[in-house]
Ligand binder design. Structure first.
Ligand code: DP6
Length: 376
């Protein structure tokens, strides 16, 4: 697949209006994406667990614009965004940039007015990145609109399963152009993004469902998100990725991510949770080490992040638990553990960890199956 394969060639712009709706989940990376080239191409491959309950629900209503207005009106795209029922101007610039990046692939974008209504299942000011679920939900809605408008002959040539895989691939391709990690939110339960030798179908252009063997130890794997800091991100991901330009350890880090992904593939098949923990925690700490050793440098962990990590290590030491942690580019901690440990680890979290969370807030989630279309 190349970029050219994602260009919609012909469409029926006589369709006046319609409405589509999707819910799309967040995801948590096990091997982290940190550093990118132009056009949202990752410097290294990543793999994530798709989440189940942390998701964004988005409805897009499209209405044909007056063709004369399309030529006259600037800005060229015409859309409104509503977040949790209220008009939201703050989200518009990111969506404007997104539309600019994807217009080549969706030439109908200027022909319609879009009303984008969106909400999250998790609290807005929770410090949980909503860009993965948010951008993937918009990408999926736009794909459904494309399907309604498309007159490309290829759709009749493709079998149903090819059609579905093209739909998912293009949705992921578009989502990537909105936010890199969003391309891993279309499908479940594990998604790889970025070319890696050990995963034949992997691509820099879109995420692919991990099709390798996955041991039953990972069935319904749990992710409890401890909200240590619910504030605005100290470093936006755009700035964060730029820190890898000219970073003294960049090349070694990119190499390590390739190796970690290849090893994780074997671990996912064998179900060796001790080895799983080593890779996952090493990846989380490497991500933060990259930020601490860049110029400018940042410490995104808070004292309570470290308290939690130490408590998890102490708990593992005294029990035979396989609980571990991972981190995003912030202070919150994702606590990962097998389903069979659900009761004991939740007890441990309640007794020993939630005191380090802001207002004792945490979110229970688990590995999920990907986005779903909702009949509007
Ligand atoms: C630390 O996907 O938010 O969560 O492409 O600039 O939107 P942009 O970045 P983004 O970066 C996420 C980085 C990460 C690691 C990961 O999810 O792989």
């Amino acid at each position: 697949m190349t970029e050219q394969d994602f260009i919609l060639k012909s469409y029926n712009s006589n369709i006046e209006s319609g409405s589509v709706k999707w819910e799309s989940p967040s995801n948590i990376a096990l091997v982290k994406y940190w550093g990118k080239k132009d056009h949202q191409i990752p410097e290294n491959p990543s793999i994530s667990f798709t989440l189940s309950d942390c998701k964004t629900i988005t409805e897009i209503t499209f209405t044909k614009r007056d063709p004369s207005a399309v030529l006259k009106v600037t800005p060229s795209f015409d859309f409104d965004v509503y977040f949790e029922g209220k008009k939201n101007e703050a989200f518009k610039p990111k969506i404007q940039t997104f539309f600019e990046r994807i217009e080549t692939y969706m030439p109908f974008l200027r022909d319609y007015h879009f009303k984008i209504e969106t909400s999250n299942t998790f609290p807005h000011s929770s410090g949980i990145a909503s860009s993965a679920s948010g951008m993937s939900a918009i990408a999926l809605c736009l794909m459904s609109i494309e399907r309604l408008l498309s007159t490309d002959v290829i759709s009749t040539e493709r079998s149903m399963s090819d059609e579905k895989s093209h739909f998912n691939q293009k949705a992921s391709f578009l989502a990537r152009l909105g936010s890199g990690s969003a391309c891993r939110s279309i499908e479940g339960e594990l998604v790889v993004w970025g070319k890696n030798e050990s995963i034949a179908e992997s691509s820099d252009l879109y995420g692919v469902k991990f099709e390798g063997d996955v041991h039953s130890n990972f069935n319904n794997y749990q992710d409890t998100i401890l909200l240590v800091d619910k504030g605005e991100k100290q470093v936006s991901s755009t700035v964060g990725h730029q820190l890898m330009y000219g970073h003294p350890f960049a090349q070694e880090r990119f190499k390590q991510a390739h190796e970690n992904l290849a090893q994780l593939k074997t671990i996912l098949a064998s179900g060796d949770l001790d080895e799983f923990i080593k890779i996952v925690e090493n990846e989380a700490l490497t991500l933060h080490a990259m930020m601490m050793t860049s110029m400018p440098y940042f410490i995104l962990m808070k004292p309570n992040t470290l308290e939690i990590i130490n408590k998890i290590w102490a708990y593992r030491e005294k029990t035979d638990s396989k609980v571990c942690f991972t981190l995003d580019a912030g202070a919150n901690v994702h606590v990962l553990y097998p389903q069979k440990e659900q009761d004991s680890v939740l007890e441990f979290i309640k007794n020993e960890l939630i005191r380090y969370c802001q207002n004792e807030h945490y979110i229970c989630d688990q590995i999920g199956k990907g986005a779903l279309q909702i009949n509007s």
